[in-house]
Design a protein. Structure first.
Length: 164
């Protein structure tokens, strides 16, 4: 059974982007994976087991980008192929199909769905180095004018900006 680790993935998003991997792996192979790190994103994942000995180990965080895929020839892309999600990229590394392309935690799936609601994350907690790389000198914050424009544009929706 394949053992997976996310060693080196320090941020919440760094880990969360791989939460679809166990389901995609299972749908391609019929096998579950072993979570070697006991990462919280896999706590309720039915395609993950813990405490078993793996036959092989892969660090999802450090897997290199694929240099060629079955979908295009190497001449059709310059340095890296284009993927629509991290799940697509990871599936390509393992020569598999990405059935699930979004993060999934499983625990919250029985909560009621709030239809016609737009939630806007209005600030970004980017490190100073990342902000400088994009030419920014402060954290991004949506102004009240932008939020008001969104409210007007989506009048029939409940617009709830997140201020975390």
């Amino acid at each position: 059974m394949l053992g997976i680790t996310l060693s080196g993935a320090s941020g919440m998003g760094d880990k969360l982007q791989f939460s679809s991997f166990p389901e995609n792996y299972h749908r391609n192979t019929g096998d579950k994976v072993i979570d070697l790190d006991n990462v919280w994103i896999f706590d309720h994942n039915p395609f993950v087991v813990r405490g078993e000995a793996p036959t092989s180990i892969v660090n999802l965080w450090t897997q290199p980008w694929p240099q060629k895929t079955g979908l295009v020839t190497p001449a059709q892309f310059v340095a890296r192929p284009i993927f629509f999600s991290i799940a697509d990229r990871t599936a390509c590394i393992f020569n598999q199909i990405a059935y699930l392309r979004h993060p999934r935690l499983y625990i919250h799936e029985d909560l009621p769905i709030l239809e016609k609601r737009v939630v806007i994350h209005t600030t970004g907690k980017l490190s100073a180095g990342i902000r400088r790389a994009y030419g920014e000198d402060r954290a991004r914050v949506f102004s009240e004018e932008i939020i008001d424009h969104i409210r007007r544009k989506y009048r029939s929706y409940d617009v709830s900006p997140s201020r975390r």
